[in-house]
Design a protein around this ligand. Structure first.
Ligand code: FES
Ligand code: FE2
Length: 418
């Protein structure tokens, strides 16, 4: 249980709030490079700030305040120029550093550009990595954008999936340190959705939670596994401060504002050895619907959709004064304590957990990874198809509902299935 005050501190993300300031010290993924092929301007809401992310005609990405500094027109309807983003209303133009670089009419009357020189809009740094666009809203100097090892794995089909989730980010992130939910929210619920009443999946018997440099690891023993099994020896990763890493994919819970979260998945599916070499030119991205328009109910057929139902069910902002934590929630308590430690650290002028500032340490940084060998080296097709876990991955994209046909087709081609 948390007091109402502590719950408020951990869940509010606006500028100037303690958690808002903490989360601003980490790069956040908010878009995919491939989205900008069709439309060079994208409105973004991030930690309560309304912004526009754009790619200008020279290919430079920028993230600036959504309102024009002239008379507040919406820059999401602007147009990109060779350099910068132009307002649709009177043509003022901003560059990626937030400078106003053109004021077409004013320049005739003010050749020295005094008004122009005075204007600066809010602008934040943007970096592309792994097909994602990452932004940093915190104080300078910015830490390095982590170069996690899976971004460099070869011979895999990568895709980026977004979902708009109407609840606070923290209840989603608490799911990153919650091993027991796999048994009920995924395995057993899926059995019930198939119309069967059992048998249920192997039960959890033992849990452990450990801290490491870039987050926490949870480990478990189920009825069907023992302490030699990688679920215990390696475990899964609650990535600091708002990510989740399961080997084949990352998930980030990006705070849109106090009551909304953008779910960002980066998925890597290894091609069978017979389909090598496979080089993916462009990482596709898509948005997964979470509600069935016919019935109005949440979609429950896919793994992350099942998670989302759990999260939104906890309320727009979960009321942690009403919860009753048990032994399965030890990891949840650990991460909450760590957020409070981080808040103390930044109040004292120190770095919070997990930032990387040394370029020498930021090359293909390894995280605890079950099946690393499979991701790196793959398997011959026959073994792949017959594997109880990987075989299913080839059949269907199980994590998010609504994979578009063209992504499905591209995936099948990559895997050599057609
Ligand atoms: S409101 Fe943007 S240029 Fe006038
Ligand atoms: Fe889950």
């Amino acid at each position: 249980m948390l007091s109402a005050e502590k719950n408020r501190v951990l869940t509010r993300v606006g500028a100037g709030t303690p958690m808002g300031e903490l989360l601003r010290r980490y790069w956040q993924p908010i878009g995919a490079v491939s989205e900008f092929d069709a439309e060079p301007i994208k409105p973004i809401r991030l930690m309560g700030e309304d912004l526009v992310l754009y790619r200008d005609l020279s290919g430079t990405f920028g993230l600036v305040d959504r309102r024009c500094r002239h008379r507040s027109a919406d820059l999401a309807y602007g147009y990109v120029e060779k350099h910068g983003l132009r307002c649709l209303y009177h043509g003022w133009t901003y560059d990626e550093s937030g400078r106003c670089i053109e004021q077409p009419f004013e320049q005739q009357f003010d050749p020295k550009g005094r008004l122009k020189a005075r204007i600066r809009t809010t602008a934040y740094p943007v970096q592309a990595k792994a097909g994602l666009l990452w932004v940093y809203l915190g104080p300078q100097p910015a830490p390095l954008l982590p170069d996690w090892e899976p971004y460099s794995w070869e011979n895999g089909f990568r895709q980026i999936v977004f979902a708009d989730v109407p609840c606070n980010w923290l209840q989603c992130q608490e799911n990153s340190i919650d091993p027991v939910h796999f048994e009920w929210a995924h395995s057993n619920w899926s059995i019930r959705q198939q119309g069967k009443t059992g048998p249920y999946s192997p039960a959890h018997r033992k849990l452990a939670f450990d801290e490491f440099d870039y987050g926490f690891v949870y480990k478990r023993v189920r009825e069907d596994t023992d302490e030699e099994h990688p679920l215990w020896t390696t475990g899964r990763v609650c990535l600091w401060p708002n990510g989740f890493f399961l080997g084949g994919h990352f998930e980030w819970r990006v705070p849109v504002d106090d009551e909304n979260m953008l779910s960002v998945m980066w998925s890597f599916i290894r091609v069978p050895n017979e389909a090598e070499p496979y080089v993916q030119e462009r990482i596709p991205c898509w948005r997964s619907p979470i509600r069935d328009p016919q019935t109005g109910r949440w979609i429950s057929s896919h793994v992350v959709n099942q998670d989302i139902i759990a999260w939104v069910g906890q309320g727009r902002i979960a009321d942690r004064t009403r919860e009753n934590l048990g032994a399965s929630d030890r990891g949840v308590s650990m991460v909450r304590k760590q957020y409070f430690k981080d808040l103390e650290a930044i109040a004292a002028g120190r770095d919070p957990k997990g930032l990387i500032r040394d370029p020498g340490r930021n090359r293909r940084v390894e995280l605890p990874t079950i099946n690393r060998r499979f991701f790196r080296e793959g398997l011959p097709r026959r073994e792949y198809e017959q594997d109880p876990l990987w075989g299913k991955v080839l059949e269907d994209f199980r994590w998010h509902y609504g994979q578009p046909d063209e992504v499905r087709r591209e995936f099948r081609r990559a895997m050599g299935l057609d």
